[in-house]
Design a binder for this molecule. Structure first.
Ligand SMILES: [Zn+2]
Length: 320
């Protein structure tokens, strides 16, 4: 038996194959420029997902593939795998991604594994809840900071998915009524001022460039890129604190978890989020803020936990 995990990020692709005990056989990560991702066709994106079956050693395990899990920063209906609005990968919008991947696997490889498509913030939240089983059952909000700003509302250990199973889009809360145009068509969304894409846009604007290095490169080597990102991280943290406090004031969760690569070694961002959050959230709600800088941001572990979560729920439905 083998399992594949793919994270189709707005600016990166992660591919992995594991054995039946979820031990990694092979894995790879590559950064993808935002402009390249944005112009990929639907066929390109499906090819990118299925390129996991071209990794070294994949040929010997394809026949034993039992599941393929794809996580992506897009609202996606669960479990149908129909993709909603997807600003970073417009070719995915309104597509039946799960159905189309199943068809390709059947046609090209004559296999029919379980195929799961999940929002990456939901996947991070499911992973965090599995690693913190007691706290994880309390109602909470999970915010994942990466290229964009993802969100998940967790209730009783599972994502609360809303009317069309697309809930939790914290990144598209309006924080500037006349702000920058967002990929979703609105103006002044949280992720236009906070997140890796916003940081890259800021860098390009400040230095008059058309393209910026990946935001992880900017964070690590900002001094080499002639930009002091300190005050911009401060502003990002302020907007994130406002957005998260608004979510808390609306939903009264027990706590908020913030995870994702943008947090990496950036205490200034964390401090700014916390300061603004504490000022804006209603004190009587008694909501705490938890920063998780590493454990909830492994795309492989998150994908595997999505699979386990789905298998548990399937078993419960069968028993019921
Ligand atoms: Zn938006």
């Amino acid at each position: 038996m083998s399992v594949c995990v793919v994270h189709l990020g707005a600016s990166s692709t992660f591919l992995a194959i594991a054995d039946g005990d979820y031990r990694i056989v092979v894995r790879t990560l590559r950064y993808v420029p935002l402009y390249e991702r944005a112009r990929q066709t639907y066929a390109d994106l499906i090819d990118e997902v299925l390129s996991v079956l071209l990794l070294p050693g994949a040929a010997s395990v394809v026949d034993q593939l039992t599941a393929l899990v794809v996580t992506a920063p897009t609202p996606v209906a669960w479990p149908s795998g129909h993709v909603g609005l997807c600003p970073g990968m417009p070719a995915l919008q309104d597509r039946h991604l799960r159905r189309d991947i199943c068809e390709r696997l059947s046609q090209l490889h004559k296999i029919s594994p379980d195929v799961l498509i999940e929002n990456d913030a939901n996947a991070a939240a499911i992973l965090w809840a599995s690693r913190n089983p007691e706290q994880g059952r309390d109602p909470h909000v999970h915010c994942r900071l990466s290229t964009g700003v993802g969100g998940c509302i967790m209730v009783e250990g599972r994502p609360w998915r809303g009317h069309r199973s697309l809930a939790g889009e914290i990144g598209h809360m309006t924080v500037q009524p006349f702000g920058t145009l967002c990929g979703c068509g609105n103006r002044g969304c949280l992720e236009t001022v906070a997140g890796g894409k916003a940081l890259q846009g800021l860098y390009a604007e400040l230095l008059g460039k058309t393209q910026a290095p990946h935001f992880m490169t900017l964070l690590k080597d900002w001094h080499e890129h002639q930009i002091d990102i300190s005050r911009h991280l401060q502003a990002m943290g302020t907007y994130l604190g406002i957005g998260l406090a608004s979510a808390v004031n609306l939903m009264n969760p027990a706590f908020v978890v913030v995870s994702g690569p943008l947090l990496d070694q950036r205490s200034m961002l964390r401090d700014a989020i916390q300061t603004e959050f504490l000022q804006r959230v209603c004190a009587s709600l008694e909501c705490s803020l938890i920063f998780d800088e590493t454990s909830a941001d492994d795309p492989f572990e998150a994908g595997i936990e999505v699979l386990k979560h789905w298998r548990r729920e399937s078993m419960q439905r069968t028993v019921a």
